[in-house]
Design a protein around this ligand. Structure first.
Ligand code: BG6
Length: 488
C-alpha cells in the first residue's frame, strides 16, 4: 500500500501571513494588521491609541483594550502582516511555481475583511470577491484544487473592537453571512472548505498559562463554543445548498506523550490530549461535546447550560473530513522536577529526550505523525488531511541559491511516516505542508523563520525585493510528488 493515485499533494498558506495588500482593493484592517513583529525571545504585541492620544500595547494572546482606546498602528513598530510576502501582487507567478512542483491542492485562506471590510457591512466588497475569483481560476488553469480556510487569524478589526468579537454571539450571524456570500460566489470553483483554522487556539492559553485564571479560560471557552456553533451552522447550510462541497474542521495537532510510564503521567497526558485536542474534534466530527468537557467547565466555573443550549445545532453540522496541523510533539508529566520548556507556539510541554528540536525549540517527531494519524482515524473514521507540517528554519541565501538539506530531511521523514500510516489502514487524502512559499511567522512575526520550498527575498524589517527563488527542497518536493511519494 502506498499513497492513493488521487492523493492531494500540495502546500498551505494563510492570507494574514502571505497575502499582503492590507489596505488595497477595499480591504478593511484585521487584528493581525495591528500586531507587531517580534523574535523567538520577545513577544508580539497588539498596539492601540488611547482616547487622550497616548499609546499602548498588549500581548497578542489576549488582553483588554482600555476604555475608549482604539487599535492602531504606531510609529516605531514594524507590522509584518501588512505585506506578508505579497501574494496579492504575485499570485500568478507563485501559482506557476506551485504548478511546477506538481501541486494538486493549494490551501489558502480568504481574508474576511477583504470581503466584508468591517464584518457587518451590508454588501460585500466586489474588488475582494474578484480577487479571489482570479486566484481560484488561476489555480484551476493548472488543475490545482483550492482548499479554502474561511477564517485564519484575520477577523475584521472593527468586529473585534466594536462588537466584542467572538465573545458576542452576534458574530455567529456575521460569519454565516460571510460564508453564504463566498459559498455562492465560488460554488463552481471551490469544493474543499475548512471553517476555522486551528479552532483549538481559542483555548490554548489554558494549556500554556500556568494556572490559567478563570477569566481568561472562560473567554476562551466562550469564543470556542461560539465558533463551534458558527461552524456547525455553515456546515449544515453547505450540505443543504451545495452537496458538492466537502466541509472540514482544522485543529492544531496538540499531540503529547506521557513523559514517564508512571500511570499518573499517563493520565495527565490523557487529560491534556482530551482538553486541548479531542475536545474540538469530538464536537466537530461527532457533533456533540464529549463527556470529559464537563470537567473543564467545572474547573473554570462555566455554566454547562451555555454549551448545551446549542446541542441540536452541533449535531446537525458535523464535518465531512478531519484536518490538522502537525509540527511537533511534547510530553506531559506530574513529576515536578521536570522542566516545562515548551515545544511549539502553543504548547508548553516537557522535552522529550528521544527526539530532536528545531532552532525554535519545536520537537521534530515523524513517528508522532504516524501515531496521531492512527489515533485520529480510529477515533473518527472520516478521511484525514494533514494541512500543515514543516520545518521553520533560517536559510542562507547565496548567489541565488538556497541549500536546505535539513528541510528535505524533515519532509522526507514525515512523508515516510504518512506512507506508513496509510499502510496501517489510515484514510489520508491530502498533505499540504505549511508555508510552501516563505511567509511571515504567526507566532513571532519573523521572516527569518522560513518554511518554504520557495525563498522570498524579505527580511524581518520588511526590506527586500520580494523576488522568488527555488530552494533545493523545491526540486526535492517536485520529485516526491511526481513519484507519488515513492522517490524520496
Ligand atoms: C499554525 C498556524 O499554528 O502554525 C499558522 O496555523 C502558523 O498560521 C504555523 O504560521 C507555524 O507557526 P509559526 O509561528 O512558525 O508561523
Amino acid at each position: 500500500m502506498s499513497f492513493p493515485k488521487n492523493f492531494y499533494w500540495g502546500g498551505a498558506t494563510a492570507a494574514n501571513q502571505y497575502e499582503g495588500g492590507w489596505n488595497e482593493g477595499g480591504r478593511g484592517p484585521a487584528m493581525t494588521d495591528v500586531t507587531t513583529g517580534a523574535t523567538k525571545d520577545t513577544p508580539r504585541y497588539v498596539t492601540y491609541k488611547n482616547a487622550d492620544g497616548t499609546t499602548g500595547k498588549m500581548s497578542m494572546f489576549g488582553g483588554t483594550l482600555p476604555e475608549g482606546a482604539e487599535y492602531a498602528c504606531l510609529d516605531g513598530y514594524h507590522y509584518p502582516n501588512h505585506i506578508g510576502t505579497d501574494f496579492y501582487h504575485h499570485y500568478k507567478e507563485d501559482i506557476a511555481l506551485f504548478a511546477q512542483m506538481g501541486f494538486k491542492m493549494f490551501r489558502m485562506s480568504i481574508s474576511w475583511p477583504r470581503i466584508y471590510p468591517n464584518g457587518n457591512d451590508e454588501k460585500p466588497n466586489q474588488e475582494g470577491l474578484d480577487f479571489y475569483r482570479s486566484v481560484f481560476e488561476e489555480l484551476h488553469k493548472y488543475g490545482i484544487e483550492p482548499l479554502v480556510t474561511i477564517s485564519h487569524y484575520d477577523d475584521p478589526l472593527y468586529m473585534e473592537e466594536k462588537l466584542g468579537g467572538w465573545q458576542n454571539r452576534e458574530t455567529i450571524g456575521l460569519y454565516e453571512k460571510y460564508c453564504h456570500t463566498i459559498f455562492e460566489e465560488y460554488k463552481d470553483l471551490v469544493k474543499y472548505w475548512l471553517t476555522f483554522n486551528e479552532i483549538n487556539s481559542a483555548i490554548m492559553a489554558v494549556s500554556f498559562i500556568p494556572n490559567c485564571p478563570d477569566e481568561i479560560a472562560k473567554k476562551g471557552y466562550i469564543k470556542l463554543h461560539n465558533q463551534f456553533v458558527a461552524s456547525a451552522k455553515v456546515v449544515k447550510y453547505a450540505h443543504e445548498h451545495y452537496p458538492q462541497f466537502k466541509m472540514g474542521c482544522m485543529i492544531a495537532g496538540m499531540i503529547s506523550y506521557p513523559l514517564t510510564c508512571d500511570p499518573k503521567d499517563v493520565l495527565a497526558n490523557q487529560h491534556h490530549m482530551q482538553d486541548s485536542f479531542y475536545y474540538c474534534g469530538d464536537v466537530q466530527v461527532r457533533g456533540a461535546y464529549p463527556g470529559f468537557a464537563r470537567k473543564s467547565w467545572k474547573k473554570y466555573n462555566l455554566d454547562p447550560g451555555f454549551f448545551e443550549q446549542d446541542k441540536d445545532v452541533l449535531k446537525e453540522g458535523k464535518v465531512d473530513f478531519f484536518s490538522y496541523s502537525y509540527y511537533a510533539t511534547s510530553c506531559e508529566t506530574t513529576h515536578k522536577e521536570a522542566k516545562r520548556d515548551g515545544a511549539g507556539n502553543m504548547s508548553m510541554g516537557y522535552k522529550n529526550e528521544y527526539i530532536q528540536y528545531s532552532e525554535w525549540g519545536w520537537g521534530m517527531d515523524p513517528d508522532g505523525l504516524r501515531y496521531s494519524l492512527n489515533e485520529l482515524y480510529d477515533r473518527y473514521q472520516v478521511p484525514l488531511m494533514v494541512v500543515e507540517n514543516g520545518l521553520g528554519a533560517i536559510d542562507v541565501f547565496e548567489d541565488g541559491k538556497i541549500h536546505d538539506p535539513y528541510r528535505i530531511d524533515y519532509m522526507k521523514a514525515h512523508v515516510k511516516a504518512m506512507k506508513e500510516a496509510i499502510e496501517d489502514g489510515v484514510d489520508l487524502i491530502a498533505y499540504t505542508p505549511w508555508g510552501c512559499i516563505d511567509l511571515v511567522s504567526a507566532g513571532t512575526g519573523e521572516m527569518r523563520k522560513r518554511y518554504g520550498f520557495i525563498y522570498v527575498d524579505m527580511d524581518d524589517e520588511g526590506k527586500g525585493t520580494l523576488n522568488r527563488y527555488r530552494k533545493d527542497s523545491f526540486y526535492w518536493y517536485e520529485k516526491c510528488i511526481k513519484s507519488n511519494g515513492e522517490d524520496l
